[in-house]
Ligand binder design. Sequence first.
Ligand code: SF4
Length: 372
Amino acid sequence: MALRSIFDASVLRTEFENAGINPKFIPLIWKNVLQNPNCKWDEIPSLPAAAYPLLNSKFLPLSSTLHSVSHSTDAVTSKLLIKLKNGAFVEAVILRYDSRLGQYGGKQRPGGLRSTLCVSSQVGCKMGCTFCATGSMGFKSNLSTGEIVEQLVHASHISNIRNIVFMGMGEPLNNYSALVEAIRAMTSAPFHLSPKKITVSTVGIVHAINKLHHDLPTLNLAVSLHAPVQDIRCQIMPAARAFPLEKLMAALHLYQKNSQQKIFIEYIMLDGVNDEELQAHQLGKLLETLEVVVNLIPFNPVGNTSQFKTSGEAKVKNFQRILREIYNIRTTVRKEMGQDINGACGQLVVTEQDRLLAERKGLITDIEDLHL
Ligand code: SF4
């Protein structure tokens, strides 16, 4: 049997239970790996005797490796390129925020810095959004629970991670069981992240949204809506055909009724496609009975997604004004790619991978893995 990540929580728990080992030792093992990812199982004290041969024969401390880290010049973002056991690459992005300065970045002071980690859930993505470079790559594989949690382990050695957003590569709700299990691991010892500080971003997988509140009650939900009517959604997000807007909105109303939480709405602004006044009014009407925050995202052309153009600033501002003033909807505009983690999934990841690919051309033998 291939060795599994120690953070593949349900596999580890089942193995322990089958061997008569109390699963209460799992947090202790994870704590040791978090402190020292290169630890040997025999170096962890106080485990039951039966645990050592089991760990040695079936589990690795980490199944992925941190291939490289690049920091933005202002030290606000760090991008981690992580190589999985199967040779594929995913990226996780750290964004630093100093709450006492009230702005991203700034001078670091002890205790004042909070970091958000943007996590990938899949290699590639099958949703095929036409404005997204990840979508154009197609779907390669789901990440395991361990591969998702290991992104946090790698990042924790670089920054003090307090928030998680599932906005990296992939549609998290298409990898539902690994996602739920990974979040449960992240919110338990030794990570102890607050579920309120974890956000899952989805294009709107209706049946999964309907389960989410039950499985992860205090999670934050972000929905990549991107259009206020079904025909425009289908045009730019082919997967929307399977999830009619009417059903998605019903799922969001039910989710909010059960969770009592705000829902974050992501809306990428595509010139002449979804950024007209008509669409602002349609969006306002669609959302006015929900408690939402809308994040307007000026499109950033990446790779072969350049069939679209970025909406002009005046159009974006007018769109924001209509939502705010006429429909009383809290609406923000993302300023710059890399300055704000609340982007649509996929885009940031591939942008950086492309850059790394260009930089390393000819230097690594498995370069085509970056194209996946
Ligand atoms: S925008 Fe998100 S869901 Fe759509 S193709 Fe890209 S990664 Fe997948």
